[in-house]
Write a protein that binds this ligand. Structure first.
Ligand code: NI
Length: 137
């Protein structure tokens, strides 16, 4: 871990009050933790726009009874075998499945995988979450 640096931030009191209220709701223990998280998110976004290598997860919810959904899901995942590291499937209830796909690779391929998954008929929810170790940025 690198050395910790302290710095001062000047901002309007009402803006700070709103920020404190928000981070308390989100459960951050300190302002420093909340600001660190904001900076990291910003750097991830920058990496994303730069088109570099990122890691993340794609979360899917679907009804496995929908015709052709499962074969379509498998076909798309096989098409993107290079960026898919792992996947986990959970049976939420009688009809619904939750699937989490762990991805790592070039931003464009991961975005393309996410849109191909979203386009499958019967997918109820498809959410991509990106992350980074912070070493790339
Ligand atoms: Ni299932």
């Amino acid at each position: 871990m690198s050395e910790i640096t302290r710095f001062t931030v000047s901002l309007e009191s009402d803006l700070l009050a709103k920020f404190d209220k928000k981070i308390e709701k989100q459960g951050y223990p300190t302002r420093s933790e909340a600001i660190k998280s904001l900076i990291r998110n910003n750097l991830i976004e920058q990496e994303w726009h730069r088109g570099g290598e990122v890691a993340g997860t794609v979360t899917l919810v679907y009804d496995h009874h929908k015709s052709n959904l499962v074969p379509d899901l498998l076909r798309v995942q096989h098409d993107y075998g290079k960026v898919i590291l792992a996947s986990q499937h959970l049976h939420l209830d009688h009809d619904n499945c939750l699937e989490v796909i762990v991805v790592k690779g070039e931003v464009g391929s991961i975005e393309s995988l996410t849109s191909d998954l979203t386009a499958i008929k019967g997918i109820k929810h498809c959410q991509l979450t990106m992350t980074t170790t912070g070493q790339e940025v």
